[in-house]
Ligand binder design. Structure first.
Ligand SMILES: [Zn+2]
Length: 312
């Protein structure tokens, strides 16, 4: 190997390292066929939708890394530049995540041709206290609008249609393929919805307790009520904690759902007081349909926690 080749491959390696550090772009994760559409999504759950509908024709990059809290995330300059080079950016939607609104403005400057699709278009958003209980501040900690739109089959149907439409617009040659996959994914959503309705049927108590109030759309869909430990995006005070303990005792709640993006300290305090337990449920799990089904099973089981392992 001559010196020049070494230098070129050395700097190429360095560049790849740099790009990898900024963002695990689709080509780094999955090198090879570069004829695919480069699709960027904001959060992991959107990647399931893009992959289900795009199939092998797309290469998906997720902006917010696993385990990172999207509400406070800020993409770096290198990452923004890489996103601007995608063919499509499926954003969650206006007014949902603070960084996304700024990012979209920046992307339009960097690449006016980038197709930006809002996956929340057509979804009836939850503002303020709706779907919440016991939150005195009235602020779910998301600037007033609940951004966790993907945690509901009805919303997922709309997100899937918006994603399908975006792919057909970007790659009209394969319109039919995207439409077929979209139909198949919609059928999977329907099947999950039916399962969940079965799991939740016949529950006397319709409240469940969570740390971070991510399950508002899920609650709305299934006539449930979400009680949050976190108060307006802040740690709960003593008074709020004792209200929660009283509420849990009255309603026979034995499980508090925590998530990997937040501390379980306060949830454990409440769980200790009610002789219950903390269960980790990740709202950002990449397998959204399975996650929704798991959430329903946990909620159904949470009222029967006195004999663990026995199905409800
Ligand atoms: Zn959240």
């Amino acid at each position: 190997m001559n010196r020049k080749v070494w230098t070129v491959s050395g700097s190429l390696f360095f560049l790849l390292l740099l790009a990898g550090a900024c963002m695990m772009g689709c080509l780094q994760q999955d090198p090879g066929d570069d004829s695919r559409l480069h699709v960027t999504v904001t959060i992991l759950p959107q990647s399931e939708i893009a992959r289900e509908i795009g199939g092998e024709r797309v290469c998906v990059t997720v902006i917010v890394p696993p385990g990172v809290e999207p509400h406070t995330y800020e993409p770096g300059a290198g990452q923004i530049l890489e996103i601007s080079r995608s063919d499509i950016y499926f954003r969650l939607g206006p007014g949902l995540l603070p960084f996304e609104d700024n990012l979209v403005e920046r992307l339009r400057e960097l690449n006016p041709d980038l197709l930006i699709v809002s996956t929340s278009d057509g979804i009836e958003l939850i503002h303020g206290e709706e779907g919440m209980e016991e939150d005195e501040s009235g602020d779910p900690g998301h600037g007033g609008t609940d951004p966790h739109i993907w945690l509901s089959p009805s919303n997922l149907r709309i997100m899937a249609k918006n994603t399908g439409e975006g792919l057909r617009l970007a790659d009209p040659l394969h319109r039919e393929e995207y439409s077929e996959r979209e139909t198949a994914y919609l059928a999977k959503i329907d099947a999950t919805d039916t399962k969940i309705r079965g799991i939740l049927s016949g529950l006397d108590t319709r409240s469940f307790m969570v740390f971070h109030p991510a399950w508002g759309y899920f609650a709305r869909e299934y006539g449930l009520s979400q009680v949050a430990v976190e108060e307006g995006g802040r740690e709960a005070g003593i008074r709020h904690l004792s209200t929660l303990v009283a509420f849990a005792r009255e309603n026979g709640i034995k499980i508090i759902f925590a998530d990997p993006q937040h501390s379980t300290r306060e949830s454990s305090v409440v769980a200790g007081e009610i002789d219950g337990m903390v269960v980790v449920l990740d709202p950002l799990s990449p397998g959204t349909l399975q996650n929704l089904e798991d959430a329903a099973s946990h909620i159904a089981r949470s009222y029967h926690n006195t004999s663990p392992g026995v199905p409800p």
